[in-house]
Design a protein around this ligand. Structure first.
Ligand code: 5AD
Ligand code: SF4
Length: 437
């Protein structure tokens, strides 16, 4: 979602004379868009800010020009005042729900008086109403935020505090943005939300629509070829959305559905509101409607109170699901969340060991999923050039990176049919069968 927000900030600042520069050394404005989900991400913010301080000091010495430094995103939301105190070279702190005010905040920065501007409101008029700016170049594959915030309050998670309560963007606003993306050449859209499958809005028939209906509506846009969505919560996985995975050919056969743990005790302590068996039942239903679908997920190891037995239940759930790919993390205490004050915090050594076991298992499942695609043909959206000569990188319907070679024409942005020849841990290689476009 931060990638999406960064793109929107770029669009928003363009009419104010700013354009993106690959190099920070001579930038008039540096925006650091931050993540607060785990402690490591927060540490990165402060180390990046140190690096930025050195850059702007060098620039000032060389040219006499002072750069404006803005910190955006969830660290800004959660630690705005702390950032200003620890990093006095920061001029602006702006939360994820108020970055539409960036141009105004920038205009108020007075380099002489060194005044500071903080805006970490949750405005009553949703920010999307203020973001009706033009959309600039996005390549072929773009994100589109349709839902933000969360009311689930998992006990480990900061999102409900940093991104606010659940909000679904209205259908018309999403369709407008999708058309703008298509107009700048986008062919694949990934719908985003912290709880994307909780999205609902008044539909064209005046009835409440869920994500499945939205995807069907988007699929009517001829030039849009591939639709994806992330991230989902098991409780919001309704049958309409599941059936779209069978019926809607533009919806990619990939589902990211975090389980977090396979232990009912830990799931209860996490406030996930479902059991391991209920999660497995959802996966079974999804596979009934689309047997080939790639299943992905998130896991947290070392949640407070997690025992060896709980950890084994997680390994057992992973074995039962057989993931195509999944992310796993060591539990990280987030200030202000209930989990941070739970007793029985798990030691770092135990977390390390459990993470290793989970990741080893997931790695082997990913490799065998990738290997199963050898000799099959698949439609691949070509995203960019690879590092080697004549090499291209594309994305498979199952969200795998696929490398292939081709001489002469530039294939970036095309949809091609590849025959998969080799499979590795994190990628596939293939040969062109037939050029569709
Ligand atoms: N510690 C570790 N992992 C976390 N996640 C969210 N909060 C924490 C935390 N406090 C993970 C979850 C979530 C993903 C985005 O990040 O697995 O699904
Ligand atoms: Fe965080 Fe997702 Fe739980 Fe919401 S549902 S609190 S975003 S982990």
């Amino acid at each position: 979602m931060n990638f999406y927000d960064s793109d929107r900030m770029k669009d928003l600042l363009k009419p104010h004379g700013y354009q993106l520069d690959d190099n920070e050394d001579d930038a008039d404005l540096i925006v650091l868009n931050t993540c607060h989900i785990r402690e490591k991400a927060v540490e990165k913010t402060y180390s990046e800010l140190g690096r930025i301080r050195d850059k702007i000091n060098i620039r000032k010495e060389k040219t006499g020009k002072k750069s404006i430094v803005a910190v955006a995103g969830c660290v800004a939301q959660a630690e705005g005042k702390e950032i200003m105190k620890r990093s006095p070279w920061v001029d602006i702190v702006v939360g994820p729900q108020s970055y539409q005010n960036l141009p105004e905040l920038i205009s108020k920065v007075d380099p002489i008086k060194k005044n500071k501007n903080i805006n970490i409101d949750f405005p009553t008029i949703p920010k999307f109403d203020h973001l009706k700016t033009n959309i600039e170049e996005r390549g072929r594959s773009a994100f589109l935020t349709i839902q933000e915030g969360c009311d689930k309050f998992c006990t480990f998670c900061v999102v409900p505090y940093t991104r606010g309560s659940e909000y679904s963007r209205p259908l018309s606003s999403i369709m407008d943005e999708a058309r703008k993306l298509i107009d700048v050449g986008v062919r694949e859209i990934t719908l985003l939300g912290q709880n994307v499958n909780a999205w609902n809005s008044n539909g064209l028939d005046n009835k409440t629509w869920g994500l499945g209906k939205l995807i069907d509506e988007l699929a009517k846009i001829k030039e849009l070829k591939f639709i994806r969505y992330t991230t989902s919560h098991p409780l919001d996985m309704d049958i309409e959305l599941i059936k779209s995975h069978r019926d809607n050919k533009k919806l990619m056969p990939y589902l990211h559905l975090p389980a977090q743990s396979g232990s009912d005790y830990v799931l209860k302590m996490m406030n996930r509101k479902h059991t391991a068996k209920e999660y497995l039942k959802i996966i079974e239903t999804v596979r009934y409607y689309n047997p080939k679908i790639a299943i992905s997920g998130d896991f947290i190891v070392g949640f407070p109170g997690e025992t060896d037995k709980d950890h084994n239940s997680t390994l057992s759930l992973i074995k039962q699901v057989n993931y195509a790919q999944a992310y796993s993390f060591k539990y990280s205490k987030r200030p202000g969340t209930p989990g941070s004050v739970f007793l029985n915090q798990v030691s770092e050594d135990t977390k390390n060991y459990r993470l290793f076991e989970v990741q080893e298992l997931l790695r082997s499942q990913q490799l065998s999923f990738n290997k199963k695609t050898i000799n099959s043909n698949m439609e691949v959206l070509v995203l960019k050039k690879g590092k080697k000569k004549n090499q291209y990188l594309g994305r498979s319907p199952f969200n795998q990176s696929v490398y292939f070679s081709h001489k002469n024409e530039n294939l970036i942005g095309s949809i091609i049919n590849l025959n998969i020849t080799e499979a590795f841990q994190n990628s596939l290689t293939g040969n062109i069968v037939f050029n569709f476009q």
